[in-house]
Design a binder for this molecule. Sequence first.
Ligand code: FAD
Length: 396
Amino acid sequence: MAESRKVAVIGAGASGLVTARELRREGHRVVVFEKSNQLGGLWVYNPRVETDILSLDPNREIIHSSLYKSLRTNLPRQLMSFSDYSFDCAENVNRLNFPGHEEVLKFLNEFAKDFGINELIRFNTEVVRVAPKSEELSSEEVFDSVVICNGHYTTPRIANIPGNHNYRVPEPFKDQIVVVIGDGPSGHDISRDIATVAKQVHLTTGSSEIEVSKLDNYANLWNQEKIDHVDENGEVTFIDGSSIHADIILHCTGLYDFPFLETNGIVSVDDESRAVGPLYKHVFPPKLSPCLSFVGIPYQAIVFLMFELQAKWIAQVLSGKVLLPTEEEMLADVEDHNRQLEEAGIPKRHTHQYIDWLAARVEMPPIDAGLTEMYWSIYKFVGQVGWSGYRDLWNF
Ligand code: FAD
C-alpha cells in the first residue's frame, strides 16, 4: 500500500505550488511554508527595493522579488503550462506570446485556487532552520520529509564586486554610467531599459571572449568584457585592461542560498561552479534521501514542466511507488554526471534531456517533441536577431 507522509514544502512560488499539488495527489499530508503574505514567489511585483544596495547586510529586510516593471516572460506562454493545466486556462489579460509578469502571477493564483493549494499554505511564516530531528528542541515541528522550493534569484551573486541587485524602473538611472553584470535575458532586458535614460550602459558577461562593441542601435549601450576588478571609487577595470568609472553597478545574477539548512556539510553550494550538491538527478541528496529534496535547481529547461515532473517523482518516491537506487549508486551517478559535464566543458547546473528522464520515472510519456523544438527555437532565434525585440519578432 502507498505510504502517506507528512511533508513540508518551503516556498509558495511556482515550484512550491506544483509540488504541493503533486504531494497531495499522491496522498501525502502537506504544509507549505511561505515567508511572504502571498503566493507566486518572484512573479509578485514589488516596487520597493532593498535599502542595503549591496544586499550584504544579513539583517536587512529582504525583498524577495527580482522582478522589474517592464518584465515579460523569456519563454513563450505555450512553455509556461503544466502538463495538465494550460497557461491559457486562466482568464488572462492578453494573449501575447511572451506575456507580462502580471499574467504569470494570475496563472499561478488560478492554479492554486483550482487545486485548493491555498489552504495548505502558512503565509508569513519563514523557515529559519531545517535539521535532522533533535531531542532537545521541542518547539520545532517534525516532518517525515522536506522539499525545498525557495527559488534562486533573491541572493545576488556578488563575486566580490560591490553593487545593487534591485532593479524596478529605469528613471533612477538617468544620466548615470551603469555597469550591468550578467548577460542572461534579464541583464539584456534591463540594460536596454536603462539605456533609454542613462548616460552609458556597459553590459558585462562572464566570458573573456567578447568583442567590445555597441549593442543594437543604441548609442550608449556596450557589450563589455569580463570585469577584472573594481576599486572603491567605482573604477571598473575589465580583463583587457580598459576601465570606466561607474556610478552604479547592477547585478543581474542569482545564487543558490539555503540559509536555513543544517546538513553538516552533506549538501553544499559551490559558489564557483554555482552548483548545489551532491544531488542525485538535481533532486535528492543521496545521504539524506528521501527525507530531503530540492525542486527547481537546474535552470536551462522548460521550467514549469520540470518543476512538475520533479515534484511527481518526489511524491512517488515518498509513497514507495518509485524506488531510488542505493546511496552508493546515487553518489556514483552524481560523480559520473559531473565528470561527463566537465569533460564536455558544460557547467554543472546545465542539463539536457532531463525532463524526458524524469517523465520516464513517473511513467509519463516523453514530453511533446513540439515543445522541445519550440524551446530550442527561441535560443536559435535570439542568436539570429539578438535579445532586443526577439519577443515581438518570434513566430513559431
Ligand atoms: P520563487 O518564485 O523565487 O519562489 C520561492 C518562494 O519561496 C518565494 O515565495 C519565497 O518567499 C519563498 N521562500 C524563500 N525562502 C523561504 C523561507 N526560508 N521560508 C519560507 N518561504 C521562503 N521561468 C519561466 O518559465 N519563464 C520565464 O519567462 C521566466 N522568466 C524569469 C525572469 C526572471 C527575472 C527570473 C529571475 C526568473 C525567470 N524564470 C522564468 C525562472 C523562474 O525561476 C521560474 O519561472 C519560477 O517562477 C521560479 O519559481 P520558484 O518557485 O522556484 O522560486
